[in-house]
Design a protein around this ligand. Structure first.
Ligand SMILES: Nc1ncnc2c1ncn2[C@@H]1O[C@H](COP(=O)(O)OP(=O)(O)OP(=O)(O)O)[C@@H](O)[C@H]1O
Length: 200
C-alpha cells in the first residue's frame, strides 16, 4: 500500500501555502512533516483528510480499498479533540466507534491502550488536556484504518503517554499501516522527513 500525493498545491485565504508538492509513504512507513510555523503541515494533513480542497494535484492510496475514498481509509487527529464534554469517556469513544463504523467490542481494549480505563465513567469535560488527547488517540486504536494523519500528536502528553503513543504507532506500522505526522519534535520512532516551506 502506498499513499501518494502528486503535484499538490494548497491555497488558504487567497495565499499559496505550498505548490508542486510530491510525497509517497509506503505501508509500514512514517513520514514526519516538519517546517516552520505556517509552513503548511496542518494544511497538508487536512487536505489528505478531505477537509481542505487542493488547488491542484491529487492524493491516492494505491493498494487501498477501491470502494472507499482516501479520507474514509484515514484517521485524522487534529488540534481539536472533538469530544462532547457532558458525555463520559466511554460514551465519547462509543460515539466515535459508531460514527466511524467500528466494532463496539474494541472499546475496552482501546481505553486500556491509552490508560483511560480508570476514568471510563468520568464526563470528558473533566479530563485534563493530556487525557483528552489520549481519548482522541483511542479512536485510532478502536477503529482500524490504514492511514493515520496526526497533527502534533504528542502535544500535551507526558513522557509515559508519549512512549505509549510511540508503541501504538509502531504497532500500527508493524501491522502494515502508514503514518503522516506534523511535528516540531521527535516522535519516538524511525521516520522519514518531509520538510515544508524551505529552511527559512
Ligand atoms: N482557514 C484559513 N484561512 C486563511 N489562512 C489559513 C487558514 N488556515 C491556515 N491558514 C494559513 O495557512 C498557512 C499554513 O498554516 P498551517 O496551519 O498549515 O501551518 P503549520 O505548518 O501546520 O504551522 P504550525 O507549525 O504553526 O502548526 C498559514 O500561513 C496560516 O495562516
Amino acid at each position: 500500500m502506498d499513499l501518494i500525493g502528486h503535484d499538490l498545491a494548497c491555497v488558504r485565504g487567497q495565499r499559496e501555502v505550498f505548490t508542486g508538492l510530491d510525497f509517497r509513504v509506503g505501508a509500514g512507513e512514517a513520514l514526519a512533516l516538519t517546517g516552520r510555523n505556517g509552513a503548511g503541515k496542518s494544511s497538508l494533513l487536512r487536505l489528505i483528510a478531505g477537509l481542505v480542497r487542493p488547488a491542484a494535484g491529487s492524493v491516492r492510496l494505491d493498494g487501498g480499498d477501491p470502494e472507499l475514498t482516501v479520507p474514509e481509509q484515514a484517521h485524522y487527529l487534529g488540534h481539536l479533540d472533538a469530544l462532547k464534554p457532558s458525555l463520559t469517556v466511554t460514551e465519547n469513544l462509543g460515539f466515535w466507534i459508531d460514527y466511524l463504523g467500528g466494532d463496539p467490542a474494541r472499546l475496552a481494549t482501546a481505553l486500556d491502550a491509552v490508560a483511560l480505563d480508570d476514568l471510563a465513567d468520568l464526563p470528558a469535560g473533566y479530563l485534563s488536556a493530556g487525557q483528552r488527547r489520549r481519548l482522541s488517540i483511542a479512536r485510532l486504536v478502536a477503529v482500524a484504518r490504514p492511514v493515520w494523519l496526526l497533527d502534533e500528536p504528542t502535544s500535551a502528553l507526558d513522557v509515559a503517554s508519549q512512549e505509549r503513543l510511540a508503541g501504538l504507532m509502531r504497532a500500527h506500522l508493524a501491522g502494515g499501516g502508514l503514518i503522516l505526522a506534523a511535528t516540531h519534535g521527535p516522535l519516538g520512532l524511525d521516520t522519514r522527513e518531509l520538510r515544508l516551506g524551505g529552511w527559512g
